[in-house]
Ligand binder design. Structure first.
Ligand code: ATP
Length: 436
């Protein structure tokens, strides 16, 4: 069956992945809450990325910069003057649209009035606030619209305080905010979201080696996360899309339910960002190569992914409705075990005769290593289906035979196969299964 956004939204609400923010007040558009399953899924993707980018790459260090920054940062980065979308309003019904996303000669898609659009005007996407009690222009602060600038302005601090040498990277995960005009398609484009960004600083002239390297690394990452390769593709920015300072830029696109859309950008950005900060701050941003004694402003290859957009990708890629017998359809999320919110469900076949106690003891042991779900209510088949819907890769069932010979049934989500295994080595067995 076709995977539609409606089906994903409905599953997310039903099973506690994602809720609309402030729903009891009618909701706030562009803002979402991650429920018990959603926060596990998001954290797992976050951890998968963090491990990949820091632990497995010895030339990358981490950073957690603040969301609020000096307002001059956003002048230097170009966001104050350029981070805009063209916007039009319908004079009749006051609906707001991105001028580049609708046909301005057609009637308003909301109220149907002809020729009612205002002239397009540029609308800055940064949320603005004030710091301190004054609200004059000197107290303006912005909620960061990207995490990257925190990395650039801390470049010198990192170089001076850790033993990194160019080429090296700085990785960061955190919230970003954009006052998006249109926020349809669920969490794909929201006003508050999370990014996972890495800026790789290299010697000018070497960027053409690092750029293909990082493109390869980033695509591999998604394959290792279990995403179907046929749902991923590259899109190279054409001359009209490429920023004036950028040397080259590719996006990784994913086939979302509404079509191919950007998931991550891998961009070759030259020394533009550091040079801008050098000009605006008046502080030297150059790097002295300790081996050659060359002094230069490093070039940057950046990888910039949306964490919350990754969550939508993981859900869309994993979602399936399978007819397992005539008229019997199961909804299942085929998550890679590494990102599945719950790794193991422990299910006592019945509550009585000591089965529940036995299962609780096993649950407690497994909790040392895994997120575990204990479920004692309902027919066993229904309990398996419930786990399928949240993407739990393994179910362990305790039954009467368990009391006799200390074996349990291990049930696999994808194949629905069931095997009898000794309870003694169950944690190790699951670890092995997760690796395969
Ligand atoms: P778009 O053109 O779609 O607005 P962009 O090209 O401006 O996006 P970047 O600034 O390159 O996006 O941001 C890097 C990544 O951050 C994107 O690939 C996306 O995954 C994520 N991202 C950007 N804006 C949003 C948003 N409003 N909601 C969720 N994720 C976002």
């Amino acid at each position: 069956a076709e995977v539609t956004m409606d089906k994903i939204v409905s599953l997310c609400k039903r099973r506690g992945f994602i809720f609309q923010s402030s729903e009891i007040y009618g909701g706030l558009s562009g803002a979402y809450d991650y429920g018990p399953m959603g926060v596990e899924l998001k954290n797992n993707i976050r951890d998968f990325w963090w491990k990949e980018m820091t632990q497995l790459h010895d030339d990358i260090v981490g950073l957690d910069a603040s969301i609020l920054m000096h307002p001059r940062v956003w002048e230097a980065s170009g966001h104050v003057s350029n981070f805009t979308d063209p916007m039009v309003d319908c004079k009749q019904c006051k609906s707001r649209f991105r001028a580049d996303q609708i046909d301005l000669s057609a009637p308003c898609p909301v109220c149907g009035t002809k020729g009612s659009f205002t002239e397009p005007r540029n609308f800055n996407l940064m949320f603005q606030s004030h710091i301190g009690a004054n609200t004059d222009s000197s107290s303006v602060v912005y909620l960061r619209p990207e995490t990257a600038q925190g990395i650039y302005v801390d470049f010198k601090n990192v170089v001076q305080s850790s033993r990194v040498k160019v080429p090296f990277g700085i990785a960061q995960i955190g919230k970003s905010f954009r006052n998006e005009i249109t926020t349809k398609n669920f969490i794909f484009r929201s006003c508050e979201f999370e990014q996972m960004e890495m800026q790789f600083f290299c010697k000018p002239g070497t960027e053409d080696e690092w750029f293909p390297y990082w493109r390869g690394q980033r695509m591999d990452f998604y394959i290792r996360m279990g995403i179907r390769p046929e749902s991923l593709r590259w899109h190279q920015h054409g001359p009209d899309e490429l920023a004036f300072y950028a040397k080259d830029a590719y996006d990784i696109q994913f086939l979302f339910p509404m079509g191919w859309q950007e998931l991550e950008g891998v961009h070759s950005r030259t020394d533009y960002d550091l040079s801008q900060h050098q000009t605006f701050s008046g502080k030297d941003q150059s790097y002295l190569d300790p081996e050659t004694n060359d002094r230069y402003i490093p070039y940057v290859v950046e990888t910039s992914a949306g964490l919350t957009r990754n969550v939508l990708m993981a859900l869309s890629d994993a979602y399936d409705e399978e007819e397992i017998a005539p008229g019997d359809v199961r909804t299942v999320l085929h998550f890679h075990p590494a990102i599945a919110p719950v790794k193991v469900a422990v299910l006592p076949l019945v509550k009585k005769d000591g089965l529940d106690e036995y299962a609780q003891k096993l649950e407690k042991e497994l909790r040392e290593d895994y997120t575990v779900f204990f479920d004692r209510s309902g027919a066993i088949g229904r309990r398996y289906r419930r786990q399928d819907e949240i993407g739990t890769p393994y179910c362990v069932t305790v039954d009467y035979q368990t009391l006799e010979d200390n074996t349990v049934t291990l049930r696999f989500r994808d194949s629905m196969e069931q095997v009898r295994v000794p309870v003694a080595g169950i944690a190790a067995r699951i670890k092995q299964e997760m690796k395969d």
